[in-house]
Structure formats: C-alpha cells, structure tokens
Design a protein around this ligand. Structure first.
Ligand SMILES: *[C@@H]1O[C@H](CO)[C@@H](O)[C@H](O)[C@H]1NC(C)=O
Ligand SMILES: *[C@@H]1O[C@H](CO)[C@@H](O)[C@H](O)[C@H]1NC(C)=O
Ligand SMILES: *[C@@H]1O[C@H](CO)[C@@H](O)[C@H](O)[C@H]1NC(C)=O
Length: 163
C-alpha cells in the first residue's frame, strides 16, 4: 500500500478586491473532498481589459507571536517576467511554480480573460513545500497583492501549515 503523508494543509484563504471597478472575485474558497483531496480555487473577474501591466507583491509570514515576516518579501513585474525567456529570479520562479500549473495566467500580457485558479491541490503543494524546498514546520501566511497602472487592485492571503 502506497500511502501519502501530507504535511501541508491549507488553513484559510482570503481574497479582497480593493478596487471593485477594476475587478472582483467571483469565487475564492478551500474545499475538502476527502482526507487527501483538498484544494484551493478562485476566480477574479477583470472589468477593465486588457491588462497590460501588473506588479505582484508577495510576502511570506510565519506565525510566532502573531505573523512575522519570514524569508521572502518581494515584488516583481509580472508582464516582464512572462515576456522574459531567460530564467528569471529563482525565488519568483519558485513561488510562481506553486500556482501557475493550476492557473490560466501562464502567458504573456495582455490579460483579457478572468483570472482562474483551478483546484490547486494540497498534494501538489505538499510535494513542492516539503520535498522540493523543505519548509520548517509552522503556520504561514502568504500575502500577495496585485497592482495595475500604479494602483493596488486586489489582495489575496493564503494561510497554510506545515506539520
Ligand atoms: C478522494 O477524492 C478523490 C477525487 O474524488 C478520489 O480520486 C480519491 O480516491 C479519494 N480518496 C479517498 C481516500 O477517498
Ligand atoms: C515588505 O517590504 C516592504 C518594503 O520593502 C515593506 O513596506 C513591507 O511592510 C514588507 N512587508 C512585510 C510583510 O514584511
Ligand atoms: C508555463 O508555460 C510554459 C510554456 O507552455 C511551460 O514550459 C512552463 O513549464 C509553464 N510553467 C509552469 C510553472 O507551469
């Protein structure tokens, strides 16, 4: 019997549209199908298309006594990253590799379709975060934000634990 011991678990997902004229979340949720199949999913509807520039900010926090900055806090030009055929920054590449395979945004600008995160499973993240880049045990939060034309448009917080 081949048993998978998942050490990764989502604990919460929060999606906030900061500018409802620019875009809004049609969905944003975690779902537990059974003990081993759990996923995160969401859909952000773009109301001002096409989108030709996007700055993404990512900060990882670890819960100690409240959430404290942990290892990564960076931002990058998403369109530029996608346009660039050379391997970009390793940290950016790693973070993107966690979600891109389950999204519809692995392509260059412009973005005209709704942004979709399609059933990102814990099994995949368990593999990435415990085997590829082993993370220490603990509770984490990834805060991410999207800035377009210089204005903050949306914010997503992903909470997870490694145990
Ligand atoms: C969990 O659900 C998935 C999808 O429906 C299924 O393929 C898998 O066999 C289920 N696992 C268990 C342990 O029931
Ligand atoms: C990330 O860095 C920016 C400036 O470099 C700072 O303003 C922000 O508070 C930091 N965020 C976290 C979560 O540490
Ligand atoms: C993004 O798409 C390219 C081209 O199809 C593919 O080679 C690459 O592996 C994808 N990246 C991720 C992280 O899924």
């Amino acid at each position: 019997i081949f048993q998978i011991y998942a050490r990764f678990e989502f604990t919460n997902l929060e999606c906030t549209s900061i500018d409802e004229h620019f875009g809004k979340f049609d969905s944003c949720y975690l779902k537990s199908v059974n003990r081993t199949y759990k996923y995160a999913a969401g859909k952000y509807i773009l109301l001002q298309i096409p989108v030709n520039n996007a700055i993404v900010k990512i900060a990882l926090m670890k819960r100690l006594n409240g959430y404290k900055p942990f290892l990564y806090n960076f931002s990058f030009d998403y369109c530029n990253y996608m346009r660039n055929t050379n391997p970009g920054n390793k940290v950016t590449t790693f973070f993107l590799s966690l979600v891109l395979p389950y999204s519809n945004v692995n392509h260059t600008c412009p973005y005209s379709e709704d942004l979709i995160l399609d059933k990102l499973p814990i099994s995949f993240l368990n593999y990435k975060l415990t085997e590829i880049l082993p993370f220490p045990e603990g509770e984490y939060r990834v805060s991410s934000s999207l800035r377009v034309n210089g204005l903050k448009r949306a914010h997503v917080n992903i909470y997870f634990k490694i145990f």
